[in-house]
Design a protein around this ligand. Structure first.
Ligand code: DHE
Length: 803
């Protein structure tokens, strides 16, 4: 950080010197000064703009008015010998001195031609390696000096093209859009490759509802007033209002707006197809976060990233459910582009942190700068550290030997109160809160011991709490921290010829450090830690952060199925000798996330979410049964098992990235032709689904759209009738605020509980659970004023894997 800051301070000083020199009495008036410095970008030498509008641009297009006198200063940043040469249209060259020492400068001051011209500039020794650009005088076309034509008749020429591409870069447009010729290819907003043609058709077709009459007016309107008309289709589903920042237009001059409109109107084809790498369009802004973040902002961004972003994008920012956010990916998007995405969210499931009021605009910009920096390295955690954190609050001998409550504790729901760092134990018969228990930060999920007596609750901070449900008022009996960033916990469930392992062990799966830990199931004493670092199933490349995603206990064998996200391996971990566990590694597909068992409990199906696949493991044979193609970013939770009237037993998943539920045949014996194939697709009104649920006794399949960017859809749930799964039967909003998320059945499968996930700091809208009669779909009750309820886990259904 220090060296960058020193260089920038040095450059600021040089800039001041240049300006003072330019103002000296004897010199003619110099209107424009440019400062360039050599830099390495993607292995190539380039000129990097240092100040003013060219700041951070690679091989920037310099501009001057005809007859203007300009100064160009080259500052050596320490990368070899350099000079700068300008070649005038008549062949005349102006060459600077060569500079070779770090911090050395050379300056050229000259008068540009008095008519429009395109003047190439380059570095003598490094031109072929990419150090070259153009100085544009007046308005010119395709590099030839000529009289300017009437603006409205002129096709997008070189000047306009360069200006448009620089403007796209400035606004971070390619963070969301694909624009031919402009660096980056965003997939959040509509692909603009054909936009000129599309707008023409749209204007003629009648679907358009804005004010524009011409293609140019339409395009200008879409920048200045993006919500006047939203394009019907974005890559992740229907485009939502409010996604494109309306404030973007304010950063542009009229010239820039005109150039952008012209450029887009000419698509497809036009001049865009001929843009070369040396243009402003290929330019990428310099890393800027480092220089711009104070220590305080850096610390805030680091912590907030860990709390809000690492879950999807990885602690090391290598990506998983969300895309990679390493500087090579983020710097081309720039601060504005990244901040807009962070503020507005995306259709593919990125939350709208700004719109939800969780981050201010200034904070989204701080985060955007942080994301352009190299990710800081997080600490490791040893078994000893886990042991040091272990607290046995109530030893086994001091616990009840039979249930101390008259309630049906097997019908308790353990409800995550996410932002309270607590879970509520709620009586499924009376809807009373029996106990509220402190657990880890941003509590994630709960799993029950095989007997159902103990609930194990994992927080995102890797803290595990074990609750004894036999107590009259359930309490935490043991705690431990097994990592800094966790998502999963599971128990040993096997009881059979190889032994009775019920309630014997627990296992936690960690995102950071990437490992799983085996614990004593009665006390949480840490027994063993196993790293998940390894090699990917695709290229065999080493991955430093393959996170442990879902873990599931087999009913067939004393084994856990541990899903290693970034390497794409499904590990079958035998726990009969937990200090010396055996691990069988099954190659599946990258980005394994969540999944569950089929109805027979023989097969485990897991989403490889960013691979758009479901991997299936046969737990009897311990081998891969199939890999099934599904839609964009499947997110099943544990999925839903039911019998399709046409295809027999199926397991279904909804998707984050597309508006559909897909069902996979799961009965290789009875319906062999359908096994491990997507047999049915049921359309939903929107994408952004997180969970699906059913019960063997139910006629319905329930599905949410929690992360849809349309607030109304985000709080809408749908049911699909098992008797007619070709379409959704009914959809409705479950409240007037928040997001609808996650379903759970009561013990006998007659009621469905849905969370309305509110905001912890909005009294009256913090969240509630809505209970529906599963037969009539009518609302039965609301359990109100819960703090951000998300997952709910019924004891009986969780023990028996009923979904
Ligand atoms: Fe979850 C399950 C990871 C965000 C609620 N979630 C899972 C599982 C994983 C996972 C690996 C499977 C656990 C298992 O079965 O062993 N979740 C992640 C993330 O990485 C992610 C995407 C981002 C993050 O920052 O954590 C994420 N999850 C969320 C949420 O925002 C949710 C909606 C609310 C919350 O807790 O903050 C959420 N995840 C859940 C729930 C389950 C879950 C309710 C269990 C579903 C089930 O029925 O079993």
């Amino acid at each position: 950080m220090k060296s960058t800051q020193l260089i920038l301070i040095g450059l600021a000083f040089l800039l001041l010197t240049a300006i003072l020199a330019a103002c000296g009495g004897a010199s003619p008036v110099v209107n424009t000064e440019y400062i360039l410095t050599p830099a390495l970008r993607e292995g190539k030498f380039v000129f990097l703009g240092v100040n003013g509008p060219i700041n951070g641009l690679v091989n920037p297009a310099l501009t001057a008015e005809p007859g203007e006198r300009i100064t160009v200063m080259l500052v050596n940043s320490g990368e070899g010998k350099h000079n700068i040469v300008f070649v005038f249209p008549d062949g005349k060259k102006i060459t600077s001195d060569t500079i070779s020492k770090k911090g050395e400068t050379t300056t050229l001051t000259f008068t540009v031609p008095s008519k429009d011209a395109s003047i190439a500039y380059y570095d003598t020794e490094h031109e072929k390696l990419g150090m070259k650009g153009v100085l544009l005088v007046g308005k010119v076309q395709t590099g030839q000096a000529q009289e300017p034509a009437a603006a409205t008749e002129k096709p997008a020429g070189l000047y306009d093209k360069e200006l448009a591409l620089a403007a796209f870069q400035k606004g971070g447009c390619t963070a969301c859009h694909t624009i031919p010729g402009a660096a980056g290819a965003g997939t959040i907003g509509p692909d603009l490759s054909q936009i000129g043609q599309q707008v023409k058709t749209r204007l003629e077709g009648g679907e358009y509802t804005g004010m524009a009459k011409t293609v140019e007016d339409y395009l200008l309107e879409s920048i200045q007033n993006p919500d006047a008309f939203t394009a019907p289709q974005c890559p992740g589903g229907p485009c939502g209002k409010g996604l494109m920042p309306a404030s973007l237009a304010q950063m542009y001059s009229q010239n820039e707006l005109d150039a952008m409109v012209k450029y887009l109107a000419a698509l497809p084809g036009g001049e865009a197809a001929t843009v070369t790498e040396t243009g402003a369009g290929a330019s990428a802004p310099a890393p800027q976060g480092e220089a711009m973040l104070s220590d305080e902002d850096f610390a805030w961004a680091r912590q907030t990233y860990f709390e809000r972003c690492a879950g999807c994008h990885g602690t090391l920012r290598k990506g998983a459910t969300g895309p990679a956010l390493t500087p090579d990916k983020t710097q081309p998007k720039g601060t504005i582009g990244l901040a807009a995405i962070i503020f507005n969210g995306t259709n593919r499931g990125m939350p709208d942190w700004g719109k939800q009021g969780i981050l201010t605009q200034a904070q989204t910009e701080t985060m955007a700068k942080f994301l352009q920096m190299e990710p800081p390295a997080p600490p490791e955690m040893s078994l000893q550290q886990m042991k040091d954190s272990w607290q046995l609050l109530r030893p086994v001998t001091e616990r009840p030997t039979s249930p101390q409550t008259t309630r049906d504790w097997q019908n308790y729901f353990i409800v995550t109160l996410r932002d309270a760092g607590q879970v509520a134990v709620i009586d499924g018969d009376t809807y009373e809160i029996v106990s509220t228990v402190d657990s880890g930060y941003a509590v994630h999920i709960t799993r029950m011991s095989a007997s159902g007596r103990y609930a194990y609750v994992i927080g995102r901070d890797g803290r595990l709490a074990m609750i004894d449900l036999w107590m009259e008022k359930p309490e935490v009996v043991a705690r431990v921290q097994t990592c800094y960033d966790a998502r999963s916990v599971e128990v040993s469930k096997y009881n059979g010829p190889e032994g009775d392992y019920r309630d014997k062990y627990a296992i936690t799966g960690c995102y950071w450090p990437p490992h799983f830990a085996i614990l004593d199931g009665q006390t949480l004493e840490p027994l063993k830690v196993v790293s998940s670092r390894g090699y990917t199933v695709t290229t065999g490349e080493y991955h430093p952060e393959p996170r442990v995603a879902s873990i599931l206990a087999s009913h067939y064998k004393p084994e856990w199925i541990v899903n290693v996200k970034e390497t794409g391996q499904i590990w079958i971990v035998n726990y009969t000798d937990p200090m010396n566990p055996t691990v069988k590694m099954i190659n599946a597909a990258l980005f394994l996330h969540d999944g569950g068992l089929d109805a027979s409990h023989r097969y485990f199906l897991v989403a490889a979410n960013q691979s758009n696949k479901i991997a299936v493991v046969d737990l009897k044979t311990g081998s891969l049964a199939g890999i099934v193609d599904v839609g964009a970013v499947p997110h099943p939770g544990r999925g839903a098992n039911w019998v399709d009237p046409e295809f027999g037993p199926v397991w279904s998943t909804p998707h984050l990235g597309e508006a559909s539920v897909m069902s996979i045949g799961t009965d290789p014996l009875g319906h062999a032709a359908n096994a491990w194939k997507t047999v049915r697709e049921t359309e939903l009104p929107g994408s952004g689904s997180l969970f699906i649920k059913t019960h063997p006794n139910s006629p319905w399949i329930w599905v949410d759209m929690t992360l849809n960017s349309d607030p109304a859809l985000a709080r809408t749930i749908c049911v699909i009738a098992k008797s007619d799964p070709t379409k959704v039967h009914k959809c409705w909003e479950i409240g007037a605020y928040g997001r609808a998320v996650h379903f759970e059945y009561n013990k006998d499968g007659t009621e469905v509980w849905v969370s309305l996930w509110g905001a912890a700091d909005k009294p009256g809208e913090t969240g509630e659970i809505v209970v529906y009669d599963d037969k009539t779909l009518e609302e039965k009750a609301r359990i109100k004023d819960l703090i951000t309820p998300t997952g709910k886990f019924n004891v009986y259904n969780t023990v028996n894997d009923i979904y």
